[in-house]
Design a protein around this ligand. Structure first.
Ligand code: SF4
Length: 381
């Protein structure tokens, strides 16, 4: 048995993530740690979650956390009482800072006025709504359980219930044979005016339904040209509608950036509970068993559900600092050895310098991996 990884008293987390793995079915592109269940074993899950909290956090943390994030999977499938009990269990160990952010990811079919009211009563003040598209054909192809009308209704229900801070997810770069009109989806989103929007470019991950479809010869993703055109169109449309494009995949109206995700992008310490959840204390990463049944059985047997951990090497720290710096509008402080490359990127329209920091444009973010790798290699010499 691996040693129980209790939280270091030197580095208390600033953010808490709770993974709720349950989904009604697997979406065609999804490779997340999920458990497909028609009946969600809420009681069993909460018992295991409570056990993990007890094992790893024997005492209430002395420092408040800035955010609690229920992600998945589909946390909204825990039901109103399950969501309240999950948040209470976490808050019992981690006091939330005044005005702390509490987010729940929700699928549109779970959003009702009663559900949102109960989430608010439980302390939720931010909802991340998995819309992905307003095109019914595209939604069916993605194996989503909702249609466009349900997504629209859910967005209005969240707003009418008094949740001022909410986010909408969209997926772009679908295969052209679907005939999905990306510009129409972006227009529908800007008309709804969610305070925050997250974009995901479709990628084919191993062991997903679309990977199998691809192996049988079908087109399952957009071309590189589709990816670039749709990404740049979203950048122009959301910026024109008053959003800040503040991270490679995220847009926010003023004051509505995701504080939880900003913690990840700034290298802040965070802790994760639930199957597949990750944590980071500034030096070491750890992650839990990914399969729900393995995670749950280990906790039932009073065993640590950790599956692995790694200390970041100096090289990893260097590449991570470069990547994190470039992915947000915070940018990266430029050193002497970077200047020649950076000048060429600025001339190409991929970034600009401000107060000694390189900030990437949307064209630059399309090349984020390549630019970050190139700078990391320069700095490693
Ligand atoms: S709802 Fe989300 S987590 Fe669940 S299968 Fe679909 S994409 Fe994956």
């Amino acid at each position: 048995m691996l040693r129980t990884q209790r939280l270091s008293l030197d580095v208390l987390p600033r953010h808490v993530y709770v993974h709720v793995p349950f989904c009604a079915r697997r979406c065609s592109y999804c490779d997340f740690a999920i458990a497909v269940r028609s009946n969600v074993p809420t009681g069993e899950y909460l018992e295991a979650l409570g056990r993990e909290l007890e094992l790893r956090v024997p005492e209430r943390s002395s420092e408040p956390v800035e955010s609690i994030y229920l992600g998945g999977g589909t946390p909204s499938r825990l039901g109103p009482d399950g969501v309240a009990r999950a948040i209470a269990a976490v808050a019992d160990r981690f006091p939330l800072a005044p005005n702390g952010e509490v987010t729940i990811e929700a699928n549109p079919d779970d959003v009702t006025a009663d559900a949102v009211a109960s989430w608010r009563a439980a302390g939720v003040n931010r909802v991340s709504l998995g819309v992905q598209s307003f095109d019914d054909r595209a939604l069916a192809w993605m194996h989503r359980t909702h249609d466009a009308a349900t997504a629209m209704r859910a967005a209005h229900t969240i707003r009418d219930a008094g949740i001022e801070n909410w986010s909408l997810d969209l997926i772009f770069s679908l295969p052209s044979e679907l005939g999905r009109n990306w510009d129409a989806d972006v227009s529908a989103a800007t008309e709804l005016a969610p305070p925050h929007v997250s974009l995901y470019g479709l990628t084919v991950e191993p062991h997903t339904p679309i990977a199998r479809w691809r192996d049988r010869g079908r087109d399952v993703e957009g071309t590189d040209e589709t990816y670039e055109r749709e990404y740049l169109h979203a950048d122009r449309a959301f910026v024109a509608a008053g959003y800040e494009h503040y991270e490679v995949s995220n847009f926010a109206l003023p004051g509505r950036r995701s504080r939880h995700n900003a913690g990840y992008w700034s290298g802040a310490s965070y802790v994760g509970f639930g199957p597949g959840a990750h944590g980071f204390d500034g030096v070491e990463r750890r992650w839990n068993e990914r399969e729900y049944v393995v995670w749950q059985r280990r906790l039932c047997a009073d065993e640590d559900p950790v599956a692995g951990s790694e200390r970041l090497s100096t090289e990893n720290q260097l590449s991570e600092a470069v990547y994190l710096g470039l992915r947000t509008t915070t940018g990266l402080t430029i050193r002497g050895e970077d200047e020649r490359s950076v000048r060429a990127w600025i001339d190409a329209g991929w970034g600009w310098l401000e107060a000694g920091r390189l900030r990437l444009t949307a064209e630059g973010w399309l090349r984020l991996d390549a630019l970050a790798t190139s700078l990391t290699m320069l700095r490693s010499r």
